[in-house]
Design a protein around this ligand. Structure first.
Ligand code: SF4
Length: 245
């Protein structure tokens, strides 16, 4: 019997358009692209309306404290971290103090934030590098931030964006990950790829605020289970299968 050739799936036609960040990107033709500039701009406008004053909820008085709080916030709530750091920053006022901490004592002090052994290594390691390589000051570039033990892109983006106002990238935490997929702004699940997608479709001057707003929305309305879609001003723009209305 003659073999029948399998039909190749039709290639989606693409055109090149300018997105809201002014970059030329490939866009699908014939089907509405959820990352088209108009829709992205509409989402940003609604986030601005709902959360005009969204800020980082980790309490800190300087960039160094934000480095430590962000390290401690991995797999932990900001509320819990703030409870722990209220005492911690009284005992350890700067990078030098953390660099010379007694590891066993520090482990017990940060224990409520979870993963306390690894976090102790990161906190003390980052503090040592800040003291030895950067004169006790938190550096201002992504490359230098990534030289700190326990600091990856997410922490670096939080610190550079919130403490210094430098839009080095887009913070992709658990809320940003969940919500950008619900809003069809990315199809990826890996934070690095999600961040790359967001950096392509968002104007750079929105990178910092967008993450704060999405994190607020993820905590207050678009929660993981049973999102409160009835209270969501993004609802007309959202086609997520997780919608509850
Ligand atoms: S409509 Fe529902 S699922 Fe969509 S963004 Fe709003 S809360 Fe989240």
């Amino acid at each position: 019997m003659a073999k029948t050739k399998k039909a190749k799936p039709a290639k989606q036609k693409k055109a090149h358009v300018k997105n809201s960040a002014g970059r030329t990107v490939a866009a699908r033709v014939g089907t509405p692209d959820p990352t088209n500039p108009k829709r992205v701009a509409a989402i940003l406008a609604k986030l601005d309306k709902a959360y005009p004053n969204a800020i980082c909820e980790l309490k800190h008085e300087n960039p160094f404290q934000l480095v430590i709080s962000t390290i401690l916030s991995a797999q932990c709530t900001d509320v819990r971290v703030n409870q722990v750091t209220a005492q911690l920053y009284k005992k350890y006022p700067d990078a030098k103090a953390f660099a010379h901490a007694n590891p066993a004592e520090l482990q017990q002090e940060i224990r409520p934030t979870g993963f306390f052994r690894n976090k102790t290594k990161s906190v003390m390691g980052a503090s040592k590098v800040i003291v030895e390589n950067f004169g006790g000051e938190v550096p201002r570039t992504m490359e230098e931030m990534l030289s700190l033990p326990g600091v990856a892109r997410k922490t670096a983006n939080v610190v550079l964006g919130t403490a210094y106002g430098i839009p080095s990238g887009v913070v992709v935490d658990t809320h940003v990950l969940r919500l950008t997929r619900r809003l069809e702004l990315t199809e990826h699940t890996e934070p690095k790829k999600v961040e790359q997608d967001l950096m392509k479709i968002l104007p750079q001057d929105k990178w910092i605020q967008f993450s704060h707003q999405l994190i607020w929305h993820g905590r207050r309305v678009c929660v993981a289970r049973n999102p409160r879609c009835i209270d969501c001003n993004l609802e007309p723009l959202c086609h997520s299968k997780d919608k509850t209305i």
